[in-house]
Design a protein around this ligand. Structure first.
Ligand code: FMN
Length: 221
């Protein structure tokens, strides 16, 4: 398919304009207008022992005490292997996607049968650590082992907000600053625009805590 990259200068869409767009165009527009999203692979394992891996762009931080994250799960009107798996054994892993393997990560969104492991099919290495039942992605430099805690059904669009407690956090050397900040740009963690655009990231600046009427100070590395 040819994509027209000609810039369109300042288009104002009313709600009705948005609703009038062809379905695919509306989907791309609304999926990308909310800003850059995180790029993660969620790993799970079935009762039969088949590992499962799928790309998710909706993982967000929820709270640090206790450490929690959340992500949006699409409607369960079709089979959702990740969901079935972590509902059975309460465990899933969240693994950063790095810019050197975005192609393989994207391929995990294909609808493979439940007896097929995306790890093997797409070419990622499974890794099990500590007491976490779900598989981690060895190639990922930042990864979390999570316990399923709760879910909230969102009736407006039949999706579920899944809440996970972070029980393990594994970070490769050279990524964490002394104050705990993870420099995701050093890790080469990718970001996602909409549903199919992957980006590299660049750190512009870190800032000290902002206060009214005080000059904003960049943090010294
Ligand atoms: C870039 C991208 C981001 C995605 N993000 C999500 C997401 O946040 N939530 C979701 O339910 N599905 C998301 N998907 C779709 C899943 O990756 C896809 O449905 C996958 O087949 C699910 O696998 P499973 O059935 O093994 O769980 C995304 C797909 C792509 C390509």
């Amino acid at each position: 398919m040819l994509i027209n990259h000609q810039p369109i200068f300042m288009t104002h869409f009313s709600k009705q304009d948005i609703l009038n767009l062809p379905g695919l165009e509306r989907m791309h527009l609304i999926n990308s207008c909310g800003g850059l999203k995180s790029a993660n692979l969620i790993g799970t394992i079935s009762e039969a022992g088949v590992s499962n891996l799928a790309v998710f762009n909706s993982v967000i931080h929820l709270g640090s005490n206790p450490p929690m994250l959340s992500f949006m799960l699409r409607p369960t009107t079709v089979e959702r292997h990740s969901y079935t798996n972590f509902k059975k054994n309460s465990h899933f892993t969240v693994n950063h996607i790095h810019s050197d393997f975005v192609n393989k990560a994207h391929q995990t969104s294909a609808k493979y049968d439940e007896e097929v492991s995306e790890f093997k099919e797409v070419g990622f290495t499974e890794e099990f650590i500590a007491d976490c039942k779900a598989p981690f992605v060895k190639e990922s430099k930042i990864k979390m082992g999570c316990k399923y805690i709760n879910e909230y059904y969102i009736e407006e669009h039949a999706c579920r907000l899944i809440i996970g407690e972070i029980q393990h956090l594994v970070v490769e050397e050279g990524i964490m600053d002394q104050d705990g900040f993870l420099d995701l740009t050093r890790a080469g963690s990718a970001g996602i625009i909409g549903l199919d655009g992957y980006v590299k990231t660049e750190l512009i600046e870190r800032y000290a805590y902002a206060r009214p009427n005080q000059e904003l100070k960049p943090l010294k590395p």
